[in-house]
Write a protein that binds this ligand. Structure first.
Ligand SMILES: [Zn+2]
Ligand SMILES: [Zn+2]
Length: 276
């Protein structure tokens, strides 16, 4: 399934698909700065204690160059000629941040939860800056995937950046079938227990699933204790599209109609909108 065919079949996703493609194109034009791969031995104790990699003083991953890439992405998008709300908000954001001393450092801190930066359109900054930062972090995330012992993490938050998952994925076949949680920010996927709820961590017997007839590869898993749901991609090979979150906005609408709560992290500010 290509993004084009997907959007042809779900025409109400067109505006989000176009926006996402525009941002990805701009991001692809930004030079990727080098990220230092941490010494994994230094990080081992924090890992076992549940400290995400980017929050570990021992791992000391420097995000400042990623912040520089984010600022460059903003500048590129703001200098374009396109009109509309997205362009206007991006320009306002860029103008405001340009006044900020050490803007690259501030953006990096903002992504890890520092609230002293109060930009206009914080959701937009989070989305754009994570898009750039994820590109910067790719070698670190890949190295971390190779080093990490999945059995020893098992936590509900991202081992790299600490965010809650945006989605889940089921991979493999029984008895080796595994459930991964997928971070919408830094792009890490990590293993989690098959049936537990990542939001309230209550008893694993109370998880239910809604299959979508027209979407055999996607389903909504929800918890009967807390009412939280997690969109799940049941399959492999189409991660970029099907774990992108925006590509399954219609599942958020179905979940919302059933009274379920989106507790998953999101870089998209989903509003319950009328049905297509
Ligand atoms: Zn993450
Ligand atoms: Zn729950």
């Amino acid at each position: 399934m290509t993004p084009d065919r997907w959007v042809d079949a779900h025409s109400y996703l067109r505006p989000l698909a176009d926006l996402s493609a525009q941002v990805d194109r701009a991001a692809a034009g930004i030079d990727v700065l080098d990220a230092r791969i941490p010494d994994w031995d230094d990080y081992g104790a924090d890992f076992r204690a549940g400290v995400p990699l980017l929050q570990s003083a021992d791992a000391a991953v420097d995000l400042e160059p990623g912040g520089r890439m984010a600022a460059a992405l903003l500048e590129r998008l703001a200098s374009g000629t396109s009109s509309g709300l997205f362009a206007a908000e991006t320009r306002a954001l860029e103008t405001e941040l340009r006044r900020e001393p050490h803007v690259s450092r501030r953006i990096a801190d903002f992504l890890l939860g520092d609230e002293t930066l109060a930009p206009p359109f914080p959701g937009l900054l989070r989305y754009l800056a994570w898009t750039a930062m994820a590109r910067f972090l790719r070698p670190v995330v890949n190295g971390f995937d190779g080093w990490r012992d999945e059995e020893r993490w098992g936590r509900r938050y991202c081992p790299t950046c600490g965010s809650l998952p945006a989605m889940a994925q089921l991979v493999g076949v029984d008895p080796g079938r595994r459930r991964l949680l997928s971070c919408g920010c830094c792009g890490t996927r990590w293993q989690f227990q098959r049936t537990g709820c990542p939001f309230c961590e209550t008893d694993s017997q109370r998880l239910a699933s809604v299959s979508i007839e027209e979407e055999p590869g996607l389903r909504i898993d929800h918890c009967e204790s807390c009412g939280g749901y997690l969109k799940t991609y049941d399959g492999e090979g189409n991660e970029t599209l099907l774990l992108s979150d925006w590509s399954s906005l219609h599942l958020d609408l179905i979940a919302h109609d059933r009274g379920l709560k989106r507790l998953a992290a999101s870089l998209y500010e989903f509003e319950p909108v009328p049905h297509p």
